[in-house]
Design a protein around this ligand. Sequence first.
Ligand code: PAF
Length: 278
Amino acid sequence: MTLPVYRTIADMRAQVGAWKAAGLRVGLVPTMGALHDGHLSLIDEIAPHCDRIITSIFVNPTQFAAHEDLDTYPRNEAADLAALDTTQAQCVFAPSVSEMYPDGFTTAIELGGPAQGLESDNRPHFFAGVALIVNKLLSQSQADVAIFGEKDYQQLRVIRRMVRDLDLPVEILGGPIIREPDGLAMSSRNVYLTAAQRPIAGKLNGILKNLAASTKPREAAEAEAEAALLAAGFTHVDYATIRDADSLAVPDATTQSRRALIVARLGDVRLLDNMAAI
Ligand code: PAF
């Protein structure tokens, strides 16, 4: 079977309209393509929550800064469509940049709360771009449910907050991180790793586990994780931290559950990972 690929909002909406008229519940799996098993697992995760699944493929320019990898971001639509053919998805939405951002586009979303700090310290433009495109995709698809991977944990928290704040009529699910055998979280950007960097990348998850399980005072545990990352060969640590799992603020007496998050670099490659902390 070859999945239908819709290039325009109108064509995708016509399909969604027919599904909704039949009383079917629509699920959306937003992606930027370069699909790996982590993306495909999101389709399996959302399937029990809806009757029809749309997977979107769109490399969103507004979430990249000028110096970032928009032009070189891995793109392979033919391989993505072949992979999606083997899944439970019913169609693909793969619009052009001009379809999503027509001439004169000017609207922006301002975020606070969980969008502050961590990724925003390193990529100040990032969450505004993500929030904008996710808003557009949700509104275009009229999805009843959408899913985002927990690898981008802060992104998931930002999207949940935005959906609640803007009363968007959609249920947001988080999909578990899918890992390589050595623990490296799957990511489209892992293809950037050289043969020499790849074994070092595999050490990040063990260091994260130690951080998440540490009984030391938070700041000591964070310093220990940062030192372990540098000793393992990472060239820079953007952050190795324990935060409130909901607000992503520094934990305090009101914190119910905690999350350990690490972003470390190998040269130009930023690797993200996170897990529940004690
Ligand atoms: O996580 C991603 O792949 C992207 O940030 C998303 C959510 C598809 C928005 O472009």
